[in-house]
Design a binder for this molecule. Structure first.
Ligand code: AHM
Ligand code: MG
Length: 337
């Protein structure tokens, strides 16, 4: 049987599900940018791309050279095609307006260009996360405030979301709102090939992912839940749990899409808004959309992530996502508190 490339999959989607041609083009352009980022990541020290810049991003985090390079690759790939009205990135303070010399399109693209960047210099998996929204009618203005407002749509309005994982293989995982497909980069062909037709998160699991070193800063429902996980078969949950923490959300979520599990980045008392580390628009929303489309669940502990009304582009939210049973359990503990 002939192999289904990402291009063929998208063309067939256009025919059978009326996926608009400009959305198809957008996904192809993002995938091409991810191939370029994958290439830069894989060169490592040979490409002179390891290490930090002298700059910080809007969240006050030191930027790695590859964070900045990946951001530029995504901006340059997407600005000229006429499919976007604006872009927003975890690495940029403000929304990026499409330069006046190019036509504007119907979509908004948001991305975390290189997630898990603390892993870059140690040769551990990192990834790109992206989310696509439709642009409301008034967002064609050059006004920054108006452009930023256009992005502040709840996650259930996403029309597409995905991530590329730069690991032992480069994989692209994509949802257009009708299930989740996984593609593996065939480096000889230079194409993403459909390898995971129907990605599913099993409803129950005995594996969880959390940064345990933050335990003393969590809220009581999370402390209670994690102590029950650690109590194993002798505790109230009656089974033993295994733990994994890669510190790259893309890699942790990919494991959950492959064999199930629960990912947590809870509220943290040290932060001004106590919202945890992860960003709603660039990390929580696209991952929640993918996980729900694969039959899993995603909440902030108190609310479905996709229902959160964003108030700011760089807003943070607590994240609990993965196998339904465990997400529901930890959300239930929050709601009892
Ligand atoms: P980043 O976007 O600055 O790389 O931060 C997000 C990453 C996630 O990929 C990962 O789940 C988390 O930060 C790891 O956090 P920690 O440093 O607490 O292990
Ligand atoms: Mg990130």
């Amino acid at each position: 049987m002939s192999r289904v490339t990402l291009s063929r999959y998208l063309i067939e989607q256009t025919r059978s599900h009326n996926t608009p041609a400009d959305l198809r083009f957008l996904i192809e352009v993002v995938a091409r940018a991810c191939k370029e980022i994958s290439h830069a990541v894989s060169k490592g020290a040979l490409g002179g791309v390891l290490g930090s810049m002298d700059t910080e991003n809007v969240q006050g985090e030191v930027q790695k050279k590859l964070d900045v390079l990946s951001n530029e690759i995504l901006l340059e790939a997407n600005e000229w095609g006429g499919h976007l009205a604006a872009m927003a990135s975890e690495e940029m303070d403000k929304a990026y307006q499409i330069p006046g010399r190019y036509p504007k399109g119907a979509y908004l693209l948001l991305f975390d260009p290189l997630d898990g960047s603390s892993n870059i210099d140690v040769n551990v998996s990192v990834g790109t996360i992206f989310s696509v929204l439709r642009c409301p009618d008034d967002c064609f203005s050059q006004n920054d405030a108006l452009a930023e407002r256009a992005f502040l749509q709840p996650g259930y309005r996403q029309v597409a979301a995905g991530y590329a994982l730069y690991g032992p293989q480069t994989t692209l995982v994509l949802t257009l709102g009708e299930g989740v497909k996984g593609f593996t980069l065939d480096r000889e062909l230079g194409s993403f090939v459909l390898t995971h037709e129907h990605m599913q998160v099993p409803p129950s699991t005995s594996e969880f992912a959390v940064n345990m070193s933050n335990q003393r800063h969590w809220e009581p429902p999370v402390t209670r839940y994690v102590s029950e996980l650690l109590a194993g078969a002798d505790g109230p949950l009656g089974k033993n749990y295994n733990m994994r923490w890669i510190a790259s959300m893309v890699a942790d979520v990919h494991r959950i899409l492959t064999r199930g599990g629960l990912f947590m980045y809870p509220r943290d008392a040290r932060e001004p808004d106590k919202a945890g580390k992860l960003r709603l628009m660039y990390e929580a929303n696209p991952m929640a959309f993918i996980v729900e489309q694969a039959g899993g669940a995603a909440t902030t502990g108190t609310q479905r992530i996709l229902d959160v009304q964003p108030e700011a582009l760089h807003q943070r939210v607590p994240v609990f996502l993965g196998s339904k049973e465990e997400v529901e359990r930890v959300t239930g503990y929050h709601n009892q508190a």
